[in-house]
Design a protein around this ligand. Structure first.
Ligand SMILES: Nc1ncnc2c1ncn2[C@@H]1O[C@H](COP(=O)(O)OP(=O)(O)OP(=O)(O)O)[C@@H](O)[C@H]1O
Ligand SMILES: *[C@@H]1O[C@H](CO)[C@@H](O)[C@H](O)[C@H]1NC(C)=O
Ligand SMILES: [Mg+2]
Length: 335
């Protein structure tokens, strides 16, 4: 506003100079002054055209794209597709959400927890995982030593405060939650809670996603029971899984679950990722073959699926590595 007024004032001066002094000696310097002062006004706009800012195209969410991508690209996770996009839309539509949105993604290896997180990031931020407002924290990489707890606490706090200062709708993804140093996660408590302000900032527009394998055994057991009863996979509801998770594993006093996030109900949604079956392995293989420009035949898909190991030993229903090794198996087979 100030710049705008200044630019106008300078423009007037420029015109007056133009009218009263027809000498080019004065016109040129005043033209330069006007040009520079309007640059100061337009500067941020030009900057945000080129560089990432917390506004406009950089942070406008692509909700239809998110829903579509989750439905089309994520296989065998009907609970995830149903819950995640709804929860995110609800939070985004709320002009002043009561608290930060917090998900816990739980499930077997290779079931799509990182994959879904990436899809979310890509549809909330133009630069996806490369956005400066998206942070992926990997426990064993970023916080490997319990002895450094004090230093880590500060590091984590700084990361969150810095990001939210830059953009209230920041996204934080915590991978390997079960391997976080004991006590570190407690640092997050004030940012996840219903506080109006923490350190003069409002954290309630941010989104947190916690990934772990915690509870995977229970989820698989639930699904196997369901499967043995001859029921369809798509018929399993979130509630029995939620109950199984809440009652058992999360009460065990280890790592993440020891922290007060659970006790204080700071996590809004526990999203169970189901173990993937042979048919899903083939779907992953098809997607990977198409991505790499290879032909897709039933024979190739079966060869990829045959390469995987399945559990339990007697029934062989669930892929032991989910879709995780599919891409490398495809490379190997197509070589
Ligand atoms: N449900 C799924 N639908 C489609 N592709 C999947 C799915 N699950 C996994 N994939 C594919 O497998 C790759 C590995 O999955 P991802 O890294 O998301 O597993 P994860 O659940 O994070 O496993 P971990 O617990 O070992 O970290 C993904 O990049 C994706 O290509
Ligand atoms: C929204 O997401 C969809 C699916 O990923 C994509 O095809 C589309 O180009 C995106 N739209 C914008 C405006 O980025
Ligand atoms: Mg993962």
């Amino acid at each position: 506003m100030k710049c705008d007024a200044m630019a106008k004032k300078l423009a007037v001066i420029f015109l007056i100079t133009l009218i009263f002094n027809q000498t080019s000696a004065l016109i040129i310097p005043s033209a330069i002054v006007v040009a520079i002062s309007s640059m100061g006004y337009l500067g941020p706009k030009i900057y945000c055209q080129l560089k990432e800012c917390c506004s406009g195209k950089w942070t406008s969410p692509n909700i239809t794209g998110l829903q579509l991508s989750l439905q089309k690209r994520v296989f065998g996770q009907h609970l995830v597709t149903e819950t995640v996009s709804k929860a995110i839309i609800g939070h985004l539509n709320n002009k002043s959400p009561g608290k930060a949105l917090a998900f816990s993604f739980n499930g077997w290896t290779g079931s799509g927890k990182n994959f879904v997180s990436k899809i979310i990031a890509e549809h909330l931020f133009r630069k996806g995982m490369d956005s400066k407002y998206v942070h992926q924290v990997i426990a064993t990489h970023d916080f490997p030593h319990q002895a450094e707890l004090k230093h880590y606490k500060k590091k984590l706090k700084d990361l969150i405060v810095r990001s939210v200062k830059g953009c209230p709708r920041s996204l934080f993804i915590f991978d390997e939650m079960d391997k976080m140093p004991f006590g570190l996660i407690d640092v997050l408590k004030p940012y996840l809670d219903h506080h109006h302000e923490v350190e003069r900032l409002d954290f309630r527009k941010s989104i947190f996603i916690f990934l772990s394998n915690t509870g995977a055994g229970l989820i698989n057991q639930e699904l196997l029971t369901h499967w043995k009863e001859g029921k369809k996979r798509e018929e399993i509801r979130i509630k029995p899984l939620d109950e199984a998770l809440n009652l058992n594993e999360f009460n065990a006093k280890t790592g993440f679950w020891h922290s007060s996030l659970i006790e204080k109900h700071l996590i809004d949604y526990f999203i169970p990722f189901l173990p993937l079956e042979r048919s899903h392995i083939k779907m992953c293989a098809k997607a990977d073959l198409e991505l790499k420009g290879y032909p897709v035949t039933e024979e190739i898909l079966n060869r990829v699926a045959d390469e995987m190991l399945y559990s339990p030993e007697d029934l062989k229903v669930f892929s032991k590595s989910g879709c995780k090794k599919v891409s490398s198996k495809v490379d190997y087979i197509m070589l």
